[in-house]
Every structure is written in C-alpha cells, then in structure tokens.
Write a protein that binds this ligand. Structure first.
Ligand code: LIP
Length: 273
C-alpha cells in the first residue's frame, strides 16, 4: 500500500501536539530550577538539562507517531535518521530557543518545531514556554496566533521601524555585529535584542516589531519562525538574493525590505567571523 504524503495541515496538528507537551516539560523543569549542563561553541553558549530532555521528548514523540520520518535537532543533530528519504518528512526542532533567557528566567524562550517535505518547510509551530503564546503556519495557509490570522507591519519608513536583531556567542562575531547595529540604529526607530530568533520572527509576523535581521541562525532557529513570518507577508531572505540562512536572515515587510537590505549590505552585516 502506498502511503500518501501527509498534508501540511496533518503535519501541523502533530507539531502542535508535540510542541505543547514539550513546552509543558520545559516550563515544569524551569520551575524546578535550571542550571547549565554543558557549553557548546563558547562558554556563553549554554545547554541546560531541559534543552536535552525536551529534545529527547520531541524526538521520541515524533518517532512514535511517524517512525519513518527524519528528525534534526539542535542538541542531538540528525541522529540515525537525520536525512529524509525522497518525498519524506524531516522534522526540525529547537527544543528551547532563547536558552540564555530560559536559564535566567526571562519569559522569552520557545519550543520551535517545523516539518519539511523535500527540503521545504510546510508546517511550523513556535510556542513561548513562559507565556503560552503560540504561532502556527502552513505553506499557503497563512500565519496564525491562537486562531487569529496575523499579518506583518505596514510601516513604510525605515526611520520609523522597530527592528529586532540578535548576536552570536563568539566574541569576534559579536564585535562585528555591534559595529553593524551601531551604524544602523540612527536610521531606524529603535533596536530590540530579545534573545530568541523564533519568537523575534513571530513578533515580526504580527507587526510587534517591524522587521528582524540576524547573522548566525541555524536551521532549527529559523525553520518554524521563518514560515510564520513568510506566511504573514514578510520577505525572508539572505543578502543579494541568497536564501535566508547562517550568513544572514532579513525578515521585513515589502516596503521596508529594500531600504533595510541596502543598509545591511553596506554595513557588511553578513560578514565578520
Ligand atoms: C539564540 C537565538 C537568538 C540569538 C542568540 C541565540 P539559542 O538561540 O535564538 O536569536 O541572538 O544568541 O543563538 O542558542 O538560545 O537556541
């Protein structure tokens, strides 16, 4: 029997169920007390026991529901089935995006879970662990926050735009990113650095910031929030027509994209270490 590929809606329903259970675990573990379990790229790039436990929970839940799918996560990578078969589904998970916020008890961190089919994200959910705010999207199905359709900012003047961004963990990269934001800030309303890319993309999706950019995002930071942002009307790309990715992500409404892109290109926002 040939199994038909699941619809984006079917994949989203799985993603929401799994993400809600994962967020509940993260919330419980935070209440019980959190500490650093390990560090990764630098001493400030921390992992907590909750990051590890939540990703294991997500992987186990997905394998129970869809054992033939691939899963790719921040903490455990691709694992034995990290590559999807042709036409298959690959899940991309950040168990806790905004780990430093989570460690410090700041209410801005999220479970981010997306489903890819043939390399394209078709469904995604981002759920704030602390507040329970939940954004969802399916390819072509729009972006939503708890049943309400969300759409991006209609701001047309970069000088009136509230722009979110973030910084990496490497000191050399942070120095370059600081130079970029120092040159940008006189030309926008203001900057916000809130510490979780997936949530930044969702706030941009509903106009609670006007635009977002950042260098250094991994697939798990970008997958679900990027779909929410695109489905809300934002252009989500890299520099000079490149796809959004580790070199740079720019998420901006059509009227702001070109002026923001021009300034970021001139400031070498995708450059540096
Ligand atoms: C975080 C990103 C954020 C970035 C932080 C950090 P993590 O991901 O979501 O945009 O500015 O430095 O990389 O490490 O919390 O999963």
């Amino acid at each position: 029997m040939i199994r038909s590929a699941p619809t984006p809606r079917e994949l989203l329903e799985i993603a929401v169920t799994v993400a809600r259970d994962a967020a509940a675990t993260a919330h419980r573990m935070r209440a019980e007390g959190v500490s650093v379990a390990a560090t990764k790229s630098t001493v400030t790039d921390v992992v907590t026991a909750a990051d590890q436990a939540v990703e294991r929970q997500v992987v186990d839940a997905l394998r129970a529901l869809r054992p033939d799918d691939a899963v790719f996560g921040e903490e455990y990578g691709a694992g034995p089935t990290g590559q999807a078969v042709e036409g298959g589904v690959r899940w991309v998970v950040d168990p806790i995006d905004g780990t430093v916020n989570y460690l410090y008890g700041l209410p801005y961190c999220a479970v981010s879970l997306a489903a890819e089919v043939d390399g394209e994200v078709v469904a995604g959910v981002v759920r704030n662990v602390a507040t329970g705010e939940e954004w969802t999207a399916t390819a072509g199905g729009g972006a939503w926050r708890e049943g309400t359709r969300v759409r991006c900012s209609t701001e047309t003047d970069l000088g009136q735009a509230l722009v979110a961004t973030g910084f990496g963990y490497d000191a050399g990269r942070r120095a370059h990113q600081a130079r970029v934001v120092a040159e940008l800030i006189p030309h926008v309303r203001d900057i916000r650095r809130m510490g979780a890319a997936a949530l930044d993309l969702c706030l941009a999706a509903e106009g609670r910031v006007d635009a977002y950019y950042e260098k250094g995002l991994a697939a798990w930071d970008l997958a679900a929030g990027g779909l929410v942002a695109r489905e809300a009307g934002l252009r989500v790309t890299g520099l000079s027509g490149k796809p959004a990715g580790p070199d740079l992500v720019i998420a901006a409404p059509p009227a702001l994209f070109d002026p923001l892109h021009t300034r970021l290109a001139a400031l070498d926002a995708s450059g540096g270490p």
